[in-house]
Design a protein around this ligand. Structure first.
Ligand SMILES: [Zn+2]
Length: 470
């Protein structure tokens, strides 16, 4: 990495604590989040609730206690850091949101394919490699730092990123501290040289990685039976997740039948991949019986209503999942910057509500679960997505005195959740991952954001000039 890249990274222990925080040691491990006016979380039983006046005690990245403010007094003398959540109108805390479908390496492509140009998804996919041939591991890493830090500003602490470069996502996850699944493409749209063997080498070579290895393919119709068998082997041997874009267009559905004489669902089943280690994005062009097979197989769904609308791909049949009781396996994703206006899940849950309004009335609690516990379950993460003892301290802090929340019913604070989804999609005040403040008072503690924007812009123009010379 060159000098410019290093300029973007702030030095270790650079966290700037503002006046809410009393810090007693550097690198605090015992943290009291004191006097939280409203704590919003799903419970282990799947109920979404908002409780008033709670405090959270965290040790070494794990939540140890969630208690009343008075009981929390006993933690004050032990704490390395006390965050007073009641100051300046207070905050609403939620678990960090979980994004089950992103292409973080594509961040530099913002403005390359204009959202309003009206191509359909098949034309867009065909055009992308023309740009992507000029991307390097380094440019994809810069892109992913841009992507992850934007997601963090919107309260997202875990991301599954699907793309061609293991290295780029790994480095970006390490530098931004994002919890990331690194679903490297064995059959890539932009890098034809990627293979299952290459993915396996990367998994084997990395012992102490920051990101969690996973395997992906772009579309099923581009993967041979042999490739699917090998993917099945990797999933079992390394206990990893597999993800791909399922039935995103009629073309994709038909191409699979033409190439292999079988539908995508039949091929998945035949390869032994119709199970809870598989996550399908989009999942649009499916018959009801195929949806039932996905549900019975406990396959995870990354629902992407904005992407599906922008690319005129079609509508995901969410109501069938409710009809068959498969709705707990539905999560939400951002997709990439060419498929969504901003890398945020609150606006995606609002879009989900609107998309299905005439087919199934979704409650705000259901939408909240898609962003938290459903996503954690699909990713096989048993210790994120909830604020409770034993869970990782991945927490988003949202200013209560904000147009996204106010006015709300103080006697019925669940109205804050409806407000957050209908009027929110705003920037978090503070963000914690694994018990470390990643963002404090809207400033990133590990990435120098103005320098990052300069670098993103320079790298974008560098690729664009090459693209023009074509
Ligand atoms: Zn995608």
């Amino acid at each position: 990495m060159d000098r410019d890249f290093n300029r973007v990274i702030k030095s270790e222990n650079n966290a700037q604590y503002d006046k809410r925080c009393s810090l007693r040691t550097d690198n605090p491990k015992k943290i009291l989040v004191h006097r939280v006016p409203y704590l919003m979380t799903a419970t282990r039983l799947g109920k979404v609730e908002i409780v008033k006046n709670r405090s959270i005690w965290i040790e070494n990245g794990t939540i140890q206690d969630v208690c009343g403010d008075v009981e929390a007094e006993s933690y004050i003398s032990k704490a390395d850091l006390i965050y007073d959540a009641s100051l300046e109108g207070g905050v609403v805390v939620t678990p960090g949101f979980i994004n089950t479908h992103a292409h973080s390496h594509m961040y530099l492509m913002r403005s390359t394919l204009l959202l309003e140009e009206g191509e359909d998804i098949d034309q867009t996919i065909a055009a992308m490699p023309r740009w992507q041939q000029f991307e390097t591991d380094e440019s994809m890493c810069i892109a992913a730092i841009g992507d992850f830090t934007e997601q963090q500003k919107y309260g997202i602490t875990t991301t599954l990123s699907q793309g061609p470069s293991f290295e780029a996502i790994e480095l970006a996850a390490e530098k931004t501290r994002q919890r990331a699944f690194n679903a490297v493409s064995a059959v890539s749209n932009s890098r034809p040289q990627n293979t299952v063997a290459l993915v396996e080498q990367q998994i084997q070579a990395k012992r102490n990685v920051h990101s969690i290895p996973a395997v992906s393919i772009h579309y099923l119709y581009k993967a041979s039976d042999e490739t699917l068998r090998e993917i099945k082997r990797l999933v079992e041997q390394y206990n990893i997740l597999f993800t791909f874009h399922l039935a995103e267009s009629e073309f994709v559905r038909n191409a699979c039948v033409e190439n292999y004489g079988k539908t995508e669902i039949d091929r998945l089943e035949h390869a032994g991949l119709l199970n809870d280690r598989t996550i399908c994005s989009h999942a649009i062009y499916l018959h009801e019986k195929e949806v039932e097979r996905l549900i019975d197989g406990h396959v995870g769904i990354a629902h992407l209503p904005t992407s599906n609308a922008i690319h005129k791909s079609g509508r995901f049949a969410l109501e069938l999942f409710y009809k068959r009781g498969g709705h707990n396996r539905i999560s939400l994703g951002t997709d990439s910057v060419i498929s969504k206006s901003r890398l945020d899940l609150l606006t995606e849950s609002f879009q989900t509500k609107l998309t299905h309004l005439n087919f199934h009335a979704l409650t705000y609690a259901e939408l909240f679960k898609m962003m938290t516990i459903n996503a954690a379950e699909i990713l096989g993460l048993s210790s994120v997505g909830i604020i409770a003892p034993g869970y990782k301290a991945d927490i988003a802090f949202w200013a209560l005195k904000d147009r996204g929340f106010i006015p709300y019913d103080e006697k019925n604070p669940i109205s804050l959740l409806g407000n957050m989804i209908n009027h929110g999609g705003r920037i978090t005040r503070d963000l914690m991952i694994d018990g470390v403040f990643i963002i404090s008072n809207r400033i990133h503690n590990f990435i120098h954001e103005t320098r990052l924007l300069e670098l993103v812009q320079a790298e974008h123009m560098h690729i664009r000039e090459k693209f023009r010379e074509l």
